[in-house]
Design a protein around this ligand. Sequence first.
Ligand SMILES: [Zn+2]
Length: 326
Amino acid sequence: MNNRSMGNQAIDYNPDELTAVWMVVIEWDGDKPPTVYYNRIRKMGFTVRGDKSTSPLTRRAGFEGVVYQEGNLICRAESTARFLSGLASEYGARAVSIIRATFASTTMSESDARTLESMQAYFGAKGRRANPVKWCVTCKDEGKSYTIETDKPVVCPNCGSLEINYRQGDKPAYMDQETINPRAVWIGSRFGNGLFESPVLSNDPIDGYTNPPTNPTINTGDQTRIDHLMHSTLIDQLNRLADAKIINRAGYLAALDAGYCVLTKNNDTRAKSRIESIARFFARGGDANELTLITNPLDVDMIDLYPVMGETAIENTLRYDHLMNH
Ligand SMILES: [Zn+2]
């Protein structure tokens, strides 16, 4: 056994300095990986060893690659990850993927703590569950609403996010009138039930579809977010794209949904996402000099919508950039 595999690096390792790792995720499809596979990686020094007085993370990260769980290897170098994924495939793994992962803070925010408390109360409660009923669940990581039947919603039924609003009943359905400006329709249709929801809109009369309320009751926090949104860089960008017929009404409203959701996030989360989003914009041929890296907690622009809208946000930013500079 050589010194390196005994973990000399682990002693000097400082978790604050390690910002990203490579993960090899291996699917053995219920089978036990062959012993020869374990022997092979152990002989190469890719195992959890080291001083038990240090944290498992410290011990794990100190090596080039480690057995973290049966199907999950963490490595410092991409080349190690590729090598280990090849090895697993050779010994019968059904599927192997390599993921580049960055460390995120494990400190709970106030809203995380509230969610944990209500989940513990819900799952810890004794006795019979209430009968399932219809709920409209709105996911603030996707800017979308879903109707589900359950005794009580806990997470987003689509993505599992904890950042949800919910109330009993169906997802709202409203009439849309193209003569009314999209911002007014957005406020009425999104906050018609008090909390943010993303409804179904129709231009044609359908049974049960009503006009959105013109003056919904909105709580102070949401009212502040709406005020910021309505005076944002995003509105200016959307208006220009709409005037140039580059974005349609549905696209305009979806961008406002995403803008609202982004404004509910804390600034640290937004700042990290913004850097990723700008990298994506740059990778797709955008001129990154056009964008500031700084996140403004009182403002939101098109590129900020990437975590919620995905590639659509990048495409809209590219279109806007093209419109303004050509
Ligand atoms: Zn979701």
